[in-house]
Write a protein that binds this ligand. Structure first.
Ligand code: SAM
Length: 190
């Protein structure tokens, strides 16, 4: 908690939240993943590991989880806290390049707590493109937001999204969204 607050005080927009996610929000995020039907899950913006811990507690085996964190101090802390996981230091905007040396070119799901709404739109666009380059037509991007509206509105992004959970026991309360590529969602309806 103190480490997280310290990083937020240094760069509020880069961290995006004053405190780590509550265990209720972390569990709501983890519930979006079916551990047995999943190949590989990437978590973006691991922070101090609230959601990482919930994903592991839900039964996701450590070898199926890979965490990306841009902040150096938080990356070090995650690597110490979760020695059984692959924790990658880097920017989600370079996701495909970051993961290629690890032999990862496709994933089943991406669980993100990146502060999308405090990013410039072009950066957000770049991150979404990187995510779906790995997710392909069938994978889902799970993202929480404190805002009322979708963090990836359909008019601006080629994704289709729905609210998967509302979590009041978090500060501030949050919504968990699930996104798929829009062409994939349309194909299922047809
Ligand atoms: C709101 S915090 C969430 C932390 C943690 N997952 C939680 O729920 O408590 C967002 C995290 O995303 C990281 N982050 C922000 N932008 C990033 C980027 N472009 N690439 C990778 N990590 C990023 C921040 O350093 C921070 O740890």
């Amino acid at each position: 908690m103190a480490v997280f607050l310290g990083r937020w005080l240094k760069a509020p927009h880069r961290i995006g939240a004053i405190a780590p996610s509550s265990r209720y929000l972390a569990r709501a995020m983890a519930r979006q993943i079916e551990p047995r039907q999943t190949r590989l899950v990437v978590e973006l913006g691991g922070g101090t590991g609230s959601i990482t811990r919930a994903l592991l507690a839900s039964g996701l085996p450590p070898e199926k989880l890979l965490v990306v964190e841009r902040d150096e101090r938080l990356h070090r802390l995650l690597a110490e806290r979760f020695p059984e996981l692959r924790v990658v230091a880097g920017d989600a905007a370079q996701l495909t390049t970051l993961l290629r040396p690890l032999g990862v070119t496709s994933v089943s799901a991406i669980v993100s707590s990146l502060p999308l709404l405090s990013m410039p739109k072009r950066l957000r666009q770049r991150i979404v493109e990187q995510c779906f380059a790995l997710l392909g037509a069938r994978g889902s991007l799970v993202q929480f937001t404190y805002g009322l509206a979708s963090p990836l509105p359909e008019r601006d992004y080629a994704v289709s999204g729905r609210i998967a959970a509302r979590v009041w026991r978090n500060f501030p309360p949050a919504c968990v969204w699930r996104f798929e590529r829009r062409d994939a969602a349309m194909a299922e309806v047809a």
